[in-house]
Design a protein around this ligand. Structure first.
Ligand code: SF4
Length: 428
């Protein structure tokens, strides 16, 4: 393994979608380039990211906390120290103080790691870059979402608890294989499956938000009912807020070549079946849907219903966000997600919900006040149908549209029952 300290020029990347329905973050950063965990399906290996020797040459961005501090200031945020100075506003005439408060930028949620590297990979033990990033976020009182496969995150439980008090901290573990022997082949240098669940349990006990990203589920290896149900049950037992199942992409080139060579060596009987799913070599590495053993998300939805755990990541409330706005936005994002990823509905059906989500994410008046004053439609510039959906969510926490969607999903699942495979059928 080769480690190299480097100076980063920039750190924060803006997410493509402002109202993001997978992780609910709007900025992300990577403290490292490359990742020692060496998961065989890792997207980071692809030529697309221009990182050679992704799993054996780790670049440590030693100035990341400093760059983050600069970038947050540029976005208009102030550190705690600076905010304390700003209490001087209280001596100003009321109008001036209000003007300054209104200029405070809207909070952002930063994905601290797990994009194309794991912030808690082995190098973090010594270099503590992710820890310093969390210290910086605590100083700026900005929420963080961490996606990891390592129980090293427990080292920072003190910071996470503090951050949770002033903003929020959300730690999501990627866990894709219930059987740790298979995990050793597929995710060789990450923490074991039991250790990840144990770490999640400890964080949840400490009051920190958290769940499980059961993605990517490797076709024919992880797609058995036993594996997925086992993960859902463990997640529930660990106190996870959710478990989100998803399929696997495999970009042609380095990523696909490496993955298939490992599969040929360890699961020779499955190699052809898996290869055929990605035979068209499309540039995004998307699977050919009809060749997949199951619809992972749909089966995940059914299993979650049975086990009694949410099948979607949770969007947590931002400090100072109006309760009604938070509630409506959460349901709108769920509608977009179910329509898009589970029912495969055209974007034109998702777009009105997505557009309204963006509006709410940017910040609008208190929806409860708009409703009470009869200004929902005009205030949000939406049609009667959408206004009725918003009203229903504010009044009863859900809406008929969502209920219909869930019953459509149940019907869809019944039609797809034949696609569920067991360990035995998958050749184990
Ligand atoms: S932990 Fe994530 S970034 Fe690291 S090798 Fe595995 S998939 Fe890639």
């Amino acid at each position: 393994m080769r480690y190299e300290c480097v100076k980063a020029k920039s750190l924060l990347s803006k997410r493509e979608m402002l109202a993001e329905d997978w992780f609910h973050i709007n900025r992300s950063l990577n403290a490292y380039r490359g990742c020692e965990h060496g998961c065989v399906y890792c997207d980071g290996m692809s030529e697309y990211y221009h990182v050679d020797n992704f799993t054996s040459h780790i670049r440590i961005k030693e100035n990341a906390p400093e760059i983050l501090r600069k970038e947050l200031r540029k976005l208009g945020f102030s550190s705690q120290q600076e905010l304390e100075t700003e209490t001087l506003w209280s001596f100003l005439p009321e109008d001036d103080a209000t003007r300054l408060t209104m200029n405070t930028p809207r909070r952002i949620v930063i994905g601290v790691c797990g994009g194309v590297s794991d912030g808690y990979q082995p190098a973090e033990k010594e270099h503590k870059i992710t820890r310093q990033i969390l210290e910086t976020l605590l100083d700026f009182r900005l929420p963080a979402m961490i996606l990891t496969k390592s129980d090293l995150v427990l080292r920072d439980i003190d910071l996470l608890k503090d951050l949770n008090e002033v903003a929020f901290a959300n730690v999501v573990f990627t866990i894709t294989l219930h059987d740790d022997n298979k995990r050793k082949i597929i995710e060789p240098r990450a923490s074991s499956t039991p250790d990840r669940f144990a770490a999640l349990k400890e964080l949840r006990k400490a009051g920190i938000f958290g769940g499980v990203m059961a993605t990517p589920i490797v076709p024919w290896i992880g797609t058995t009912y036993e594996n997925m149900e086992g993960l859902a049950r463990e997640a529930r037992a660990a106190g996870a807020e959710f478990i989100l199942f998803g399929g696997m992409t495999l970009k042609p080139g380095r990523q696909k070549d490496h993955f298939l060579s490992v599969i040929r060596r360890h699961f020779p009987e499955k190699a052809d079946k898996i290869r055929s799913i990605y035979a068209d070599d499309n540039r995004y590495g998307n699977p050919m849907w009809k060749r997949q053993p199951i619809n992972t998300m749909l089966l995940g939805h059914e299993i979650c219903k049975k086990v009694g755990i949410r099948d979607r990541s949770v969007r947590h409330k931002l400090p100072s966000e109006h309760e009604a706005n938070y509630q409506v936005l959460g349901i709108l994002l769920d509608i977009v997600f179910y329509q898009r990823y589970m029912l495969g509905r055209p974007w034109s059906m998702c777009k009105p919900f997505h557009d309204l989500s963006i509006k709410l994410e940017k910040g609008v008046e208190d929806l409860k006040v708009l409703l009470e004053e009869g200004r929902l439609r005009e205030g949000l510039s939406i049609n009667d149908e959408l206004a009725s959906i918003v009203r229903q969510i504010i009044e009863r926490g859900t809406c008929q549209y969502m209920e219909n969607l869930l019953s459509n999903l149940s019907e869809y699942e019944i039609e797809n029952q034949a696609l569920v495979i067991s360990d035995e059928e998958s050749g184990d």
